[in-house]
Design a protein around this ligand. Sequence first.
Ligand code: RB5
Length: 143
Amino acid sequence: MKIALASDHGGFALKEAVKNHLQARGFETLDLGTNSEESVDYPAFGKACGEAVVSGQADRGVVCCGTGIGISIAANKVHGVRCALVTNEFMAEMTKMHNDANIIALGGRVLEEAQALKLVDIWLDTEFEGGRHQRRVDMLNEM
Ligand code: RB5
């Protein structure tokens, strides 16, 4: 499975940590930047990750900014993206089980690194439940 990664400067350090963690777990990664802590605009990076996932260039994505909010909004502008901002274990698990989130957003200024990596693992290791949740995901996809 290939996982696309993107961040602005506020999420850069966390994006690098997520990339190292995923590679250590054996996942292929696609790093869409940014590549430093120099100030950049998060919408461009959220869009790039969303497009990579929807086009099939990557199977899933992780986006990071300071709060995770701006870049999640940007990713969700791409049709077909279901990007969830997650801040705790319950949200990481439920957004896979019920929303089949294809991207998660993390806040580099919100989460401790170890906690963020745990959330990534929970999301990746949880199965989508399907059933009535598939109908709702289909409704999202039609919007
Ligand atoms: C950048 O200063 C900050 O606004 C950004 O990383 C993010 O938190 C936006 O939602």
